[in-house]
Design a binder for this molecule. Sequence first.
Ligand SMILES: *[C@@H]1O[C@H](CO)[C@@H](O)[C@H](O)[C@H]1NC(C)=O
Length: 435
Amino acid sequence: MVSALALAFFFAKMSPEPRAASIPVLNIPRSDFPLRTESTFLLKEERIPESSLVFRDEIDLLALHRSGLLSLTLVDHHVLPSRDAALEEAVVEVIDHRPLERERGPPCKTTSELVGSCATLVTEKIFQYPVEVLDRTTAALLHGTIVLDCVNMAPEAGKVTPKDVQFAGLLESKFPDLAPRSVIYEALQKAKFDVSGLTTDQMLRKDLKAVSGKEAVIALSSVYVTLQDFLRRPAVEEDLRAFCQQRGYDALVVMAISFNERNEPFRQLAVYSQQGTLRTAVCQSLEASSNPSLHLSPLESPHPTIHAYAQGNATASRKKVLPIVRDFLRDWGRGGTMQPCRKTRAEPVEASPSGTDSRPPERGAAGRKDAPKAQRLGDDLLGDEDALLPPTPMNSLVDECPLDQGLPKLSAEAVFEKFNRIAVARSCEDSPEKK
Ligand SMILES: *[C@@H]1O[C@H](CO)[C@@H](O)[C@H](O)[C@H]1NC(C)=O
């Protein structure tokens, strides 16, 4: 977000084309903005009103492109999701700090360097120009972002590179009144986990994954409050029901993470479903899990559709719980007395050898949108609550990988499986007896 804002500001000042408008487009719908609590905090600190921002659902990029008016610069990502494929020809420049998955030839300019923060590359670009374009507000945004992305420039966190240090330092020397790194880092880190201002729906959406099986879709959501506080929210049961209904989830596992006085994580877990059989079965599989063992002990719950637990094993993060749920879904509905009376759904996405998602269409758009997140690997996991080091904020505002939208929906597993089969097939072809 900051990379886009700073770069558009720079373009606006430097553009040789006076009639061009440089617009930072934040690639999320406006309704998702409150979920980025660290972003809302930083922009508020720098007195940038939310009303001045332009979100992806407020500008018709495709129409601009069709009128020949669009030049697109991608920052902090470089692969357009497939539903944006039509915008591909409009991409004139890419600035990204992750390994390039695809190359664009000239005339597209590409800046790609594996630094800790994309804001470092934007800062470098701005400083390449002799004219002083940077103002204090933009400098503070870039500085805060670099410090947060680079985990307070701590080498132990494995994010920071010499270039990040160099440009954070340069910003500090040009603007000596910037807040000290550790102060801004603490503040942003705190803001990231401050969900007090969010609605229950927003809290659940903030850190959400979903797994789909043949017969059910189960969502896992991490919330950064105690379970008691969460379950004490007014109308929580109605909110959970609406959340699941809107997104097509059959059950929801809420993983509450809070910290004790010694700053040790403390975990609790709630299982919600309107379907009693499913709810009980999910609870049983979580209680019975031995890989890992979660050491669940029941807590009081305000509502019969919600089962609450204290999780004795505090190290078992969502990364560990998700596979338990996935395994559960693999077996759920596979014949026997466990089978609920439901329509048969498609194969689980993860296990689907063809990689296509053929879940029935009645599962609305929202439900579809979230399901693939569960299978996504890579950067997302870095932004997970699992890293006990404070997670790096999701660097990209692009919440999807190119395969997430349209067909085919592939999971990492499916891809590996496919590649393995290709490899096996190849090695057969290559074998001398075949030749
Ligand atoms: C707790 O969970 C971890 C995985 O996060 C696992 O390695 C460990 O064995 C579990 N502890 C117990 C006592 O079961």
